[in-house]
Design a protein around this ligand. Sequence first.
Ligand SMILES: Nc1ncnc2c1ncn2[C@@H]1O[C@H](COP(=O)(O)OP(=O)(O)O)[C@@H](O)[C@H]1O
Ligand SMILES: [Mg+2]
Length: 324
Amino acid sequence: MALLDVHDLTMRFHTRDGVVRAVEAVSFQVDRGETLGLVGESGSGKSVTCMALLGLVPTPPGRLEAGRADFDGTDLLSCGERRLRDLRGRRIGMIFQDPMTALNPCLRIGTQMAEVLRCHGRCSRREALDRAEAALRDVGIQDAAERARGYPHQLSGGMRQRVMIAMALMAGPDLLIADEPTTALDVTVQAQILELMRGLQQARGMAMILVTHNLGVVAGACDRVAVMYAGRIVETGPVEAVFRQPLHPYTEALYRALPRLALEPRRDLEAIPGQPPRITAPEPGCPFAPRCRHAAPVCREPMALRELSAGHATACLRRQRGEL
Ligand SMILES: Nc1ncnc2c1ncn2[C@@H]1O[C@H](COP(=O)(O)OP(=O)(O)O)[C@@H](O)[C@H]1O
Ligand SMILES: [Mg+2]
């Protein structure tokens, strides 16, 4: 049985301008020790998916319309705030994009790390501080004792992200949810942090959801990938299979937008023509159709993921019908 089984997660925002369908009928699983990449352009619903699992979507304006998320026997979407607070940090670690807003600028690094342990366990202050220093060493921070006495602003962006990782892993979670953990960093530091996370994840047998807008990040860091577009998963499968043969035109477009050579200047998803849809007014059928070079009348029919080979599923109706 999967460690996390998300079924039909649907989260909408009821705003003055209309209903934003941020996450529509999203289902996926994460096994113990495995890394699932959640990839898609900005606004595709990746963060809302993660925040919904952690009970961190502001409601209102957010409203959970449907779904369950079974985490080792507990439904995260219905278990209530008390139970969630106990799971967050202890069994489910989190890392977000901007470590500066996640760290308290007024507290010493060691103190805020120790607090994570103190609010979940019954360890002493000294013991918690020792474990905080050990955790800093685990993420490759030299002079851990000295760093622990310092403040967040004294660290570089890469170092702060290492602190966030150390903090998220300190309680030994079974699942780590990392939402664009390297997006704010420059490319070389990004690679170091990803490698660090991958190493720690494998050493601990921890499962991970790695959110990114960059398909290139997925290639090196994930076992399986789920591609999101306009709040839905349009393709999912093992990383090698999806890279060998993408089964959705959107994934193909993301793939083509990747730089072929390390020397080539960084290109981004802007290479896909057109705009993501306004998800307040969804058309029926495939949300990618207006930008898709293979679009046909059939694409206006309701879509659903269908598995075409082992564990590899697409929501593209034309692909499902063998027309592409
Ligand atoms: N608090 C909110 N109120 C209204 N809309 C929101 C709120 N949070 C997110 N959204 C909308 O939900 C959609 C998905 O956002 P998000 O999950 O942050 O995208 P991603 O992480 O993939 O970039 C976007 O259209 C975003 O504007
Ligand atoms: Mg996001």
